[in-house]
Design a protein around this ligand. Structure first.
Ligand SMILES: NC(=O)c1ccc[n+]([C@@H]2O[C@H](COP(=O)([O-])OP(=O)(O)OC[C@H]3O[C@@H](n4cnc5c(N)ncnc54)[C@H](OP(=O)(O)O)[C@@H]3O)[C@@H](O)[C@H]2O)c1
Length: 328
């Protein structure tokens, strides 16, 4: 495994982050494919064996049970200081008017709830899962600053939003004197071979500002890792996923076929090619991969050392056409 700094921080993360959205109680939340705790545990163990030290979850994943599974497994497998735990806040946790969002009240409650579920007294990266249009961004930034200053989070990150909104948040944090410690250090955005709109504004902004980039759904939720028509239990029940890749099916299919051709000629799984493509981009810190079969983890780890040729990269980039901005 390779390790790199998360943006401009001194924090070292593995070049593969394990996403924990597919682990949790399947009846709670919106991921019916998620694996129960006894089936999820071996994935955490294998990730640690592969040198993965970076784990991403969220308060909303399976109603907090993803955080619980991750926390319990890591407590049994590693010392707390050896791993980097990232979680998120914003989504709906309760029906009452303050049960979601990024108000001061919500953030200060949700960080404590996440820490209790994770069984730790701090997270390494506390991320806003989306923007909250009902809360002034200044209120959110100050509450997040207080979370860091109270020792409950080491760093702050953000997730999908427009680049201008992220630029504004960075500017306000600087102007309000939040300091290097509580400026957002990472962007968790939607990026893969089938969705490259982030290359227009967000990626150059992150490169310029020294922001670590940790894309979600780097395999387009599996579409880049299997033949075009293939289906899996997840692909059939992933309602959000079904909304993301319906706009340019002809070019998407050609890209997936290109990935398959290169995988065949290299004698490696498709997932390795799709992840290796992303890992070649200088602005990428670590893709956040999802794994529902043990082999998925090994494929992701192997992608770190797979070098693609320029003509292979051209082959899988060339069919891309602009897509509608989607996913947030
Ligand atoms: N910030 C956000 O808004 C946001 C949104 C989405 C996700 N996330 C984060 O990103 C993480 C990853 O998301 P994701 O699961 O959608 O990512 P992904 O890596 O694009 O998709 C994972 C899926 O791809 C398939 N797959 C993975 N490796 C494979 C391999 N080697 N061979 C064949 N198929 C393979 C599996 O599909 P099957 O299960 O169908 O076999 C797996 O469930 C999440 O866990 C979460 O932490 C964040």
């Amino acid at each position: 495994m390779q390790y790199v700094r998360l943006g401009k921080t001194g924090l070292k993360v593995s070049r593969i982050c394990l996403g924990c959205m597919s682990y949790g109680v399947s009846e709670r939340g919106s991921h019916p494919w998620s694996l129960p705790e006894d089936q999820a545990r071996p994935f955490f163990k294998r990730a640690v064996e592969l040198g993965i030290n970076f784990f991403d979850t969220a308060n909303v994943y399976s109603d907090g049970t993803s955080e619980e599974f991750l926390g319990r497994a890591l407590r049994d497998l590693v010392k707390r200081e050896e791993v980097v735990i990232a979680t998120k806040v914003h989504g709906k946790m309760r029906d009452d008017p303050n049960g979601r969002g990024l108000s001061r009240k919500a953030i200060l409650h949700e960080i404590d709830a996440s820490l209790a579920r994770l069984g730790t007294d701090y997270v390494d990266l506390y991320q806003i899962h989306r923007l909250d249009h009902d809360t002034p961004i200044e209120e959110t930034l100050e509450a997040l600053h207080d979370v860091v200053k109270s020792g409950k989070a080491r760093h702050l990150g953000a997730s999908s939003m427009h680049a201008w909104q992220f630029a504004k948040a960075l500017y306000l944090a600087d102007r309000n004197g939040c300091g290097a410690g509580t400026r957002f250090v990472s962007m968790q955005n939607h990026y893969n071979l089938l969705y490259r709109e982030e290359e227009r504004e967000m990626m150059p902004l992150c490169a310029d500002q020294g922001i670590g980039v940790i894309p979600w759904s780097p395999l387009a939720r599996g579409r880049l890792a299997r033949p075009w028509q293939a289906a899996t239990p997840r692909s059939e029940s992933d309602e959000f996923g079904k909304t993301l890749y319906t706009f340019a099916e002809d070019s998407d299919r050609r890209i997936v076929e290109g990935v398959a051709d290169i995988a065949r000629s290299r004698n490696v799984p498709m997932a390795q090619v799709a992840l290796a493509w992303m890992l070649h981009k200088p602005f990428i810190t670590a893709p956040i991969v999802g794994a529902t079969k043990m082999q998925h983890l090994d494929d992701a780890a192997s992608a770190v050392s797979l070098k693609l040729m320029d003509d292979e990269i051209r082959r899988i980039e060339e069919p891309y056409v602009p897509h509608p901005v989607i996913g947030f």
